[in-house]
Write a protein that binds this ligand. Structure first.
Ligand code: FA5
Length: 368
């Protein structure tokens, strides 16, 4: 009955539209009356409220709103009440428009200041510097070795990591049945190809390419089927040295190695040679140097012996010179090879060479 009355009564319709608006607008009342900022209102919240308010505006002031219908109905009202009715509609519309407008303004400025706050940057703060990397300790040691030998007139050769049986064994005087193959057992890729087990392979490549006379060092990665322990890795670094010329003798080998170690570990360093065996050198010797830590009196690093073992050496076997196309009747040469990883461990006091390949930044950072 009441509904029917409202339907009949244009004024009642306007009143009902206002009430419906007031009811829905309640949640925005605070925005309509507060200042430009709403304390505690988060950006996402304010944006959601803005969307709801836009819908509310369409519902109450849009073309299909009850108020729009009342506007259309003005003409149908009896002339004596038309002006008053028209005024009522206009007033109601103005009130609603004003309230929504104020709430919109408040939300807009709340959104703006929340955005500014979020994007605020302090331009006076110092920028973040990218962290600079540094060389790996093995690279540091390798470069020192290279510098010393370049100073002694040696060229630096780059070898191959995957080798044929010929370069890794045959040409180095290690035939297929030789027991030395067992001590340097390596990883085979396919028939006839292996990961090199020593940098001595570069001796052959260098002599074939450059001929004699020749002075070179060849640092690089080598591989062996060794079980990892504090002094062994299946992949490690060696540096090879080779000097071939007329009249080269064991004295040149000893002088060169002694000078290298003095430059590497200090002028007081002494060197000793012990007889040894390598299939590709004759005679062969292993060389040690006086402990750089205790000077020879004995300490933890040299295991109380006063000496540190470093590598193998000898006079290049005539068979090796021949295999590489150098006439052993005219030329002779010396060669040596040492392990960079163990040298690096000695220099930095590491008790396990495996640390060098774990890529733990906390460890590597110490060598900056
Ligand atoms: C050789 O490899 C010979 N080619 C050296 C040589 C060159 C002799 C020229 C004569 C003339 P040896 O197998 O001893 O030699 O290895 C040389 C060095 O490599 C060792 O002194 C040691 O420092 C290092 N080394 C050997 N095996 C490993 C391993 N598994 N892990 C880390 N370092 C190793």
């Amino acid at each position: 009955m009441a509904e029917n009355q409202t339907e009949q009564d244009p004024k009642g319709k306007v009143e009902a539209a206002r009430k419906a608006f007031e009811h829905e607008f309640e949640r925005f009342a605070a925005f309509a009356s507060s200042g430009p900022a709403v304390p505690g209102l988060k950006l996402e919240q304010a944006e959601a409220e803005q969307r709801v308010l836009a819908e509310l505006r369409t519902r109450h002031l849009g073309k299909k709103s009850a108020l729009a219908a009342s506007k259309k109905a003005i003409g149908a009202v009896a002339p004596d009440g038309r002006a008053a009715f028209g005024q009522l509609v206009q007033q109601t519309e103005a009130e609603i428009t004003q309230k929504i407008g104020r709430a919109e303004e408040t939300l807009k400025s709340a959104i703006q200041s929340a955005r500014t706050e979020r994007e605020r940057i302090d331009v006076t703060l110092p920028g973040r510097r990218p962290r600079r990397g540094h060389l790996h300790p093995i690279t540091i040691v390798r470069q020192r070795i290279e510098d010393i030998f370049v100073g002694l007139g040696y060229a630096i050769e780059d070898g191959r990591e995957v080798e044929t049986d010929f370069y890794n064994f045959e040409a180095l005087n290690i035939p297929e049945t030789h027991p030395a193959r067992g001590t340097q057992d390596t990883f085979y890729t396919t028939e006839g190809f292996a990961l090199r087990s020593q940098t001595s392979t570069v001796q052959i490549h260098a002599m074939q390419r450059r001929g004699a006379p020749l002075r070179m060092i060849a640092p690089g990665r080598v591989f062996r089927r060794d079980t990892p322990d504090p002094t062994h890795n299946p992949m490690f670094f060696q540096v090879e040295g080779l000097c071939v010329d007329r009249g080269i003798s064991m004295a040149h080998l000893k002088g060169t190695v002694a000078e290298f170690l003095r430059r590497m570990f200090g002028p007081g360093t002494t060197t000793r040679f012990r007889p040894s065996y390598f299939p590709f050198t004759e005679p062969s010797a292993e060389f040690d140097f006086s402990c750089f830590k205790c000077g020879g009196t004995g300490c933890r690093i040299c295991k109380s012996s006063g000496w540190i073992e470093l590598g193998g050496s000898g006079m290049v076997h005539p068979n090796v010179l021949r295999a590489a196309g150098v006439d052993p009747e005219v030329y002779s040469g010396f060669a040596f090879g040492l392990g960079i990883d163990r040298m690096c461990a000695l220099m930095y006091g590491l008790d396990d060479i495996r640390l060098l390949f774990e890529n733990d930044v906390r460890f590597l950072e110490q060598f900056d």
